[in-house]
Design a protein. Structure first.
Length: 396
């Protein structure tokens, strides 16, 4: 359970985050040693505790997936006593993290300027949808909305395909990792200056940053490159599944694809496919040829053939297949935890490998308010004071 030898051992984080973006950040802080104190609403807790109906209720897999290595206190911050609890925690904290809509922390009495008065060394980190100012600042930050505003949702393989939601929370995760980076940078800076600072990230900015190459092409050449529409790349159904192929990074990839797909001719010698520009112009025709050929044999057959020609390729797996894949096991990306009420939990491990100070699971995801008394006792509350807060409904 000790975090002494971990990179963030001794760092205390007061964590107001919920759902995904913020908790994905604070879980990694906890994985590498930080003491993360999760602030939750009495009776309900983090919104992810009830985002899906589940047999384990507030301790469902969605919540469990991103809240290990944290301690939970459920405190009513609408009360003066609840505000005082938070202020006491902040006096000894290194980092406060939130992902509320812009202005919410200020209305709660926990804005940067107020908390800085209590603790000048504090790093106050916030992840929002769009930032504190601007025409969208009033909007809540939500993954799918960020996909739509940022241009990511508009880009698809061909314009005739319907617009759709990317099914993994891309904006949430990306912004959470940028929030993590900002906190780590601020901790490094504090080692030099002795002072804390404000850290801000937005889903909007994170999604734009993810599109650096596409944006630079648009800004400087007036058109948007689309990696999904490359003529020698795509996803092609096979007799028993599908293959993803990327025909790139070679002098003449179409020649090698022609060999791999067992054509009688080198398609790159056809005039209509002889240059990359012509391959783009005739992409529908070329892709139709690929689809017809992939369909006549199995995924394993085509992956083997493509790999023999050093063409980048992969079978298209389901998540269930990936979780049981030998590579997943070799990389130790699935961990097990024993929860006191739920039992054995299997979850995805931290992806950052440190040879001397690897991540550790010191605490299973907390039950709502599990650490009320423990945390408050560490911050100067005696048994009578804690009992009084419970009786008043400030702690539940």
């Amino acid at each position: 359970m000790s975090s002494t030898n971990l990179p963030l051992g001794g760092v205390t984080v007061v964590d107001f985050t919920q759902v995904y973006m913020g908790p994905s950040c604070t879980q990694l802080l906890g994985d590498y040693g930080a003491d993360v104190i999760k602030i939750e609403r009495p009776g309900a807790g983090d919104l992810s505790r009830s985002s899906i109906p589940d047999r384990d209720g507030l301790d469902n897999p969605i919540f469990l997936s991103i809240n290990r290595n944290k301690r939970s206190i459920s405190v009513d911050t609408r009360t003066a006593e609840g505000v005082e609890v938070i202020h006491r925690l902040v006096r000894d904290a290194d980092v406060v993290v939130s992902n509320f809509r812009s202005g919410v922390m200020e209305r709660m009495g926990f804005g940067y300027e107020r908390l800085r008065e209590i603790n000048p060394r504090l790093i106050w980190a916030s992840g929002t949808g769009f930032g504190e100012t601007g025409p969208y600042s009033h909007k809540g930050g939500q993954d799918v909305i960020a996909q739509a505003y940022s241009g990511v949702m508009w880009r698809r393989e061909t314009e005739d395909l319907p617009l759709s939601v990317y099914p993994t929370p891309l904006a949430d995760y990306t912004t959470g990792m940028h929030l993590l980076q900002g906190i780590l940078l601020a901790l490094l800076a504090r080692n030099t200056t002795g002072e804390g600072q404000k850290v801000e990230v937005t889903m909007y900015d994170s999604m734009l940053h993810m599109q650096m190459q596409e944006a630079c092409m648009q800004l400087n050449r007036g058109y948007e490159i689309n990696w999904a529409s490359m003529p020698l790349s795509g996803v092609f159904p096979t007799a028993d599944g599908a293959v993803c192929m990327v025909g790139a990074f070679k002098q003449n990839p179409l020649r090698d694809i022609s060999v791999a797909l067992e054509f009688d001719e080198d398609l790159s010698l056809r005039e209509e496919f002889s240059t990359l520009e012509r391959q783009f112009e005739r992409r529908p025709e070329l892709q139709a040829i690929f689809r017809e050929r992939f369909a006549v044999n199995t995924t394993d057959h085509w992956v083997k053939r493509l790999e023999e020609q050093d063409i980048l390729c992969a079978p298209v797996h389901t998540l269930a297949q990936t979780l049981e894949d030998e590579q997943t096991l070799v990389n130790r990306m699935v961990l097990e935890m024993e929860h006191p009420t739920v039992g054995t939990i299997r979850a995805v491990d931290a992806p950052i490998r440190l040879s001397r100070t690897p991540s550790q699971v010191r605490r299973v995801p907390p039950r709502l308010g599990e650490h009320n008394a423990e945390v408050l006792a560490e911050h100067g509350y005696d048994e009578q004071s804690i009992a009084a807060l419970v009786k008043a409904g400030v702690l539940r």
